[in-house]
Structure formats: structure tokens, C-alpha cells
Design a protein. Sequence first.
Length: 379
Amino acid sequence: MSSFIYFDHNATTPVDNRVLEAMLPYFTQNYGNAASITYSMGLNAKNAVEAARIQVASLINCIAQEITFTSGATEAINTAIKGVFWRYKIKGNHFVASRTEHNAVIDALQWIESQGAEVSYLDVDENGLINIEQLNQQIKENTVAVVIMLANNETGVIQPIRKIAKVVHDKKSILICDATQAIGKIQVDVQELGIDILVLSAHKFYGPKGVGALYLRRKNPRVSIEPLIHGGGHERGNRSGTLNVPGIVGLGKAALLATEYIKMYQEKITPIKEHIENQLIKKDIAKINAHQVNRLPNTINAQLLHLKAETVIKKIQNKIGISTGSACSSSRPEPSHVLLAMGLSPQQSHHTIRISLGIENTMEDAEVFLKLIEEITVF
């Protein structure tokens, strides 16, 4: 056990040593531009990119040509939402999304609203789940796309995407799914789930920061977008710009290792998560939000009963890394929009911490955390 315990893996994960090893040659030896294929160094870079494309496609069960590399999930989300808005204006301008989407999704939706789009937001219940019947009612003839995340970054709640996809497709609309927190923690199969556009980011599953991918279905239905970034026609015109070859190689390697990660989350991390939750409840320290529904195997959203989250985090920050919610909004004083949508009060939101475990965490780590938080609560 290290001296500092990291419990914030939904914010980012460390790079797997095997991922780093795969990346290193593309910084100093095979440093060619993947678009410069008239000589061996550039061709080697291109081949490495295409190998990574196959690895990412295999992870989510699609074909390689359906994968577009991006700088991360935020760019991919913006490309998906804005690209669909621009491309399908002839069909309509209406989008549907849940109130608990990541800020990147909400901000992108608000931007297209400023450009003339109409967005309807779905309520969630106390567990953070949308109502399928409300979704069915909200989709109209001019509804272009429905945007629903697979697993929530704050609570870990997993939406019933297969059921959602059926409703969306019955209404001839497109399903855009932010799977950033789900990839590498649970199995994600775009064919089985019926996802038309999917977003992922390498640094959430032991790959490097600054690289992600966008899946665009090519048939049944065929989905296309207007590009967000122009210049050079890279990535089949979906995303121009010189490719981040080392990052893409790292993403591919992480995708190759993801089956191993998923197994470890299920077999090793789930018992640790359950132990922490049970002890927090048993010792009257916290209530677990969305405790009874299907969630990610690593994510705990705990509403502290006696202390504010900020107080606890400050007391343990030199020993244990936890957060109050999304890393993208951790500096903001406002209560979590996710928890407010689930019916929590602003005060309850300010009492809530997020613990997100990783494959390197141990039961010993859990015991250290529980001892520290019990001491803080008692004294």
C-alpha cells in the first residue's frame, strides 16, 4: 500500500505501464506523421493508428471504419451533438436528453439551443433513472437525436440503454451515448445496446490523457455528422488535424487490456466497494445514493449524515484522494446538478462525496479510509 490512497478513478486513472511501454517508441523513434505515408516512418505511424483503431473497435464490437479519433470525450461529445445538429437540420432541430448528463453534454446542448435547436430534458427518479414512458412521449417528428449517458460519472448509475434504444429507433431518431465512465469497467457492445453514436476517453481506463474516440454507426441506421474541425480531411473528414499517434497507440493498448480491467473490477473491486458501503451505513456515517439500482462496480456516492463533504475532504486530502463529484466541476461551489435532479436538497448535495475505486485499490485501502472517516465523524 502506498502512503497516499487514490479513490478518484472516475476523474482519471494512472497510465498502465504496458500502455506507456507501447506509446514510448512513437515519441522518439517512430515519430512520423500518420498522414505522411510516402516513406516508412510515416507509414509505420499510420499502421500503428490503424491497429489501434481495430483494437478500439473490437472493444465495443464495431468495425474499424466507424471509429474516429479525437482529443478526448469532450471534443467527441461536441462533435457528436453539434455535428448531428448541423447535418440533420432538414429533418428537424429537436433533441432530448436527461437532466443528469455530464456538463460537456449539457453545455453543448445549450450552445445548439443558442443556434436554434430545441432541447427537452428528461426527469430522473430518486435513483437517477429516466422514465422510459416520458422518453417515448418527448420524442416528436422533428426529434433528431436522444442523448443519454450509459453510466453516470457521479453516482455510477447505469441507464437501461437497450430499452432506451428501442424507443429511440421506433421513433426514427438517433441515440447518442456518452459511455466515458462505462468503458473499461463494464462490457459495452454497441450492437447489443443499439447505440448509434458513442463517446469514450482513454484516461478513464488506464490510457493517456488527451485522446478519445467517437463511434459513428455506418448502417441500420447510417449516421453522419458535419465536422467540428476542418483542415486536411483527416479521419475520413470527421475530424481534421495531425493525429496524436502516441496517444492513439496508448488508447488502442488500453482497449486491448480492457477485458482484463473489467474482470478485475467485477471480481476484486466490487467486494471492496460493497464493504465500504456496508460499513458507512452500519456505522451511521453515510447514506448511499442510488444504493439499490444497477451501478458501476467501482463508484460510491455517499451522502454524509453529520459533516459536509468539504470538511471531510480537507481533513483527509493528504492521505486519501476523493471528490465531491465530477472533476470538471469540482472547483464550482454550486450543488451537483445530478443530485438535485435526483431530488436531493442543496444541503444534502454539499454533504455528498464520491469514491471511485480502481483496479490497484485493496481492501486494506478501504479499511484505512473507513478508520479515518469514522474518526472524523466521531470526534
